[in-house]
Write a protein that binds this ligand. Structure first.
Ligand code: EPU
Length: 420
């Protein structure tokens, strides 16, 4: 079993290049199912989750080629035969459910294993199914599977009770080839939704308003094969921003869209971090100044992202004073608290709120990556903890960060991977 070892304390210095967004490329890969022509995705991040969705497409009999030399992903879905891929593969990653929308759109049928909950919450799919139903699909649930049939999908107005990212993406993908117009109200506004729509529009879809709360999709007859480069990973960039802040370091991050990171940057500024020289998608992050405690509430975009909550908690655990973090998006996303407490953090949980009283130092010990972002938080805490931090269950980290230890090492961190 692999582990990541981090030895504190080193200030981060230098430059880091950000990869393409995991949460963009997963729906984009799923969306290739909509078009029986060859699609090329440039700058594909070579992540565990990308490998899983590519395997899933292979299962459906798609031709998927990953070139690790130029990180180019070539996908040809014209020969899809299977309509009910391996349940184990679906259950490995919740984002697998994103193939449902494109499959029913192109073939009028798909059967998938119900995704179930995960470490961060129960994560139901009721909003995805509500959308499919309103587009005219029949839904059957039983024996752990969901089977969706649709002779024809017809545009409709769909109001989401909550602006779910996955449901918005699945409904967009189900409706691009539907007859007539679909309107999604209270849609998720995350930059990755905008990216998916850009990709689909380049293929010939007619989507307006993606990235805003109301999305209008005019159905088109067919889509064509294209080449596309996804946006940068705002969560990876945010993680390195906190890396600079927590180590009192100063780094340049290449591959940043400042607008996408506005909620994180504003909160870090409030905390005492200085940002400068934003140009050509690069930014300088100066974390050398004194830090102040801050209060955070996670919210759908453009609110503070839940995917940055654990990393922010690592930082605040060593900032003098009391900070409060409220998690409103997922009901169980505080698993990292117990791990931070093992390192000496003073954090109390009250329902969906964590009260963090900054301590002067953390001490290295054995911890676990309880989920992807919690794993990143463990690395960040390890960077400033006294002694050695040994992080287990790092497969979670590999799902969403490209060569994370190499990127931190290039910035001067003492971090490496072992096989124990
Ligand atoms: N929800 C429902 N019903 C639904 C769908 C969602 O109640 O039908 C609830 C969920 O249970 C959750 C909330 O809505 O409490 C938000 O879920 P959402 O559907 O927005 O999230 P997701 O699509 O499952 C994506 C990202 C997550 C990120 C969330 C929120 C991908 C592949 N995953 O998940 O990323 O946390 O949006 O921004 O895009 C990560 O990268 O670490 C990660 C977990």
């Amino acid at each position: 079993m692999e582990k990541i070892i981090v030895k504190g304390v080193n200030q981060l210095r230098g430059e880091v290049n950000i990869s393409s967004a995991k949460n963009s490329i997963l729906p984009i890969i799923a969306a290739t199912i909509l078009c029986p022509e060859r699609v090329v995705i440039n700058n594909a991040p070579m992540l565990e989750d990308v490998e899983v969705i590519c395997k899933l497409l292979n299962e459906l009999n798609c031709d998927v080629n990953i070139s690790s030399i130029n990180n180019k992903l070539t996908i040809d879905t014209k020969n899809i035969t299977s309509m009910d891929p391996d349940a184990q593969l679906i259950r490995k990653m919740r984002a697998s459910f994103l193939i449902m929308g494109p499959m029913i759109s192109r073939f009028g049928y798909c059967k998938l294993s119900l995704p179930g909950g995960c470490n961060i919450g129960s994560r139901p799919i009721d909003l995805h199914l509500k959308g499919f139903k309103l587009l005219g699909a029949d839904i059957m649930i039983g024996h752990g599977f969901v089977e969706v049939k649709a002779k024809k999908l017809i545009g409709n107005t769909i109001y989401l009770d909550f602006p779910s990212v996955g449901a918005t993406e699945n409904i967009i993908m189900a409706s691009v080839l539907a007859e007539g117009t679909t309107i999604i109200e209270n849609a998720a506004e995350e930059p990755e939704i905008w990216d998916l729509a850009q990709f689909l529009n380049k293929m010939g879809a007619d989507i307006e308003g993606a990235g805003l709360g109301k999305i209008t999709i005019h159905g088109v007859k067919s889509l064509k094969g294209i080449s596309y480069t996804p946006i940068y990973d705002r969560i990876e960039a945010g993680t390195f921003m906190i890396g600079a802040a927590i180590t009192n370091g100063k780094i340049k991050i290449n591959g940043v869209n400042e607008e996408h990171l506005r909620p994180v940057i504003e909160k870090l500024k409030e905390c005492g971090v200085v940002f400068s020289d934003y140009k050509n998608n690069s930014i300088i992050v100066d974390g050398t100044g004194e830090k102040k405690p801050v209060d955070i509430k996670t919210l759908p975009y453009p609110g503070f992202p839940t995917d940055m909550q654990a990393q922010m908690m690592s930082l605040l655990s060593i900032v003098d004073g009391v900070s409060v973090i409220t998690e409103t998006v997922f009901e169980n996303r505080f698993m990292h608290v117990a791990e931070l407490q093992r390192m000496g953090a003073n954090i109390k949980i009250d329902g969906r709120t964590a009260i963090i009283e900054g301590v002067p130092k953390l001490t290295g010990c054995q911890v676990k990556a309880t989920d992807l972002r919690a794993g990143a938080a463990m690395i960040l805490s390890g960077l400033i903890a006294e002694g050695q931090t040994e992080i287990g269950d790092i497969y979670h980290i590999d799902r969403g960060y490209v060569q994370i230890e190499k990127k931190f090492r290039n910035l001067g961190a003492d971090i490496y991977r072992i096989d124990s």
